[in-house]
Design a protein around this ligand. Structure first.
Ligand code: TYM
Length: 326
């Protein structure tokens, strides 16, 4: 059985790109793989952050993941900082990663450009991500396209560590979703839909009320021309809507394109599908949010399971590096 892991950073409100690109694939995979799903709260501290916001977003993301179908009976579900082995392995891997490798990361350059003071942890972000993955002996990581370069680094570090210090880590590989590997912002189809995009008019948040979702979709930027065709280069706005719908209904964007004779008709249908997809998640979220102690108990149990597994990997890595046993 393959081992998979999926992580979510509590830096903002979860959006449809997170859902279609990573949450839905992880929820499906939990029934056929050995799946771990976690909230990457340590990663949320790599840019300027507000402690109260971090705590409340961590709770919100955890609750929303459960509402979206994460089933703690079928996966290991936990908060990264509650499994201290992540931080310990992070340090050990820093000793097997070069400054140049970390500095080359596109996300580092993009994020660093937005910060007044660049935190050192922003540079070592992908090393922490490698630790998240290698700690749990993961072989497949379902991620959106934006994380592909980080995954490459995790592979490089694992391969180098194994060849220099002896076989210690499983070498992971990325798995990209079929149609929503990179869902784009509805008002700017050249930018990724993201939790922290400056304007939220093109971002569909999982907890947006139905009328807000519909309004954002009806105002989505489409392209010159009127015919509904799946052409990501010439018609990126329409292609993004078709990808989004294809991913929700599990059909192909080319087939869906043939069903609509105008952009307005397509948008109405996309709005219907998105609202229908998110309605049960929103209802379940309201129920779960009323029981924060229940959510915390689920997370505590998950953290214990993750620690049991992770402590073994840390022991292997320490021994390989020449550290004396604890
Ligand atoms: P984060 O929180 O930015 O995103 C969580 C997941 O959602 C995917 N995603 C998207 N997929 C398609 N289209 C989009 N517009 C879109 N936006 C986000 C991301 O690819 C990701 O799979 N560094 C990670 C968190 C992390 C992690 C890990 C993930 C930390 N350690 C180990 C996997 C394994 C991040 O910032 O994800």
């Amino acid at each position: 059985m393959s081992r998979q892991i999926s992580g979510f950073k509590p830096t903002g409100r979860l959006q449809l790109g997170n859902y279609l690109g990573a949450i839905a694939p992880a929820v499906q995979a939990q029934y056929r793989t050995d799946m771990s799903i976690f909230i990457a709260d340590l990663h949320a501290m790599t840019v300027d952050h507000d402690p109260a916001q971090l705590a409340s977003k961590t709770r919100e993301v955890a609750t929303l993941l459960l509402a979206a179908g994460v089933d703690p009976k079928h996966c290991t579900f936990f908060i990264q900082s509650q499994v201290p082995e992540h931080a310990e392995l992070h340090y050990l891997l820093e000793c097997a990663t070069s400054y140049g490798e970390a500095h080359r990361m596109i996300q580092f350059k993009e994020k660093a450009a937005t910060q007044q003071q660049v935190r050192l942890s922003l540079l070592t972000y992908p090393v922490m991500m490698a630790a998240d993955i290698l700690l749990h002996d993961i072989d497949e990581v379902p991620v959106g396209e934006d994380q592909a370069q980080h995954l490459e680094l995790a592979r490089d570090v694992a391969i180098r560590f194994n060849s220099r210090y002896g076989q210690t880590f499983v070498v992971p590989k990325p798995v990209l979703p079929a149609f929503a590997a990179r869902l784009m912002d509805l008002s700017d189809p050249s930018a990724k839909m993201g939790k922290t995009n400056v304007s939220s008019t093109g971002v569909l948040f999982l907890l947006d009320p139905p009328e807000v979702l519909r309004r954002k979709i009806m105002r989505a930027t489409t392209d010159a021309g009127r015919e509904v065709r799946y052409d990501p280069v010439a018609q990126p706005g329409v292609a993004n809507l078709l990808n989004l719908m294809a991913s929700c209904v599990n059909d192909s964007p080319q087939v869906l394109a043939g069903l609509f004779s105008s952009y307005a008709e397509l948008k109405e249908a996309v709005a219907d599908v998105v609202i229908a997809t998110l309605r049960p998640i929103q209802q379940r979220y309201a129920e779960l949010a009323a029981d924060p102690a229940g959510v915390a108990a689920v997370l505590a149990e998950g953290a214990q399971r993750a620690r049991n597994r992770g402590s073994d990997t840390v022991r292997r890595a320490r021994a390989a590096l020449g550290l004396l046993p604890v």
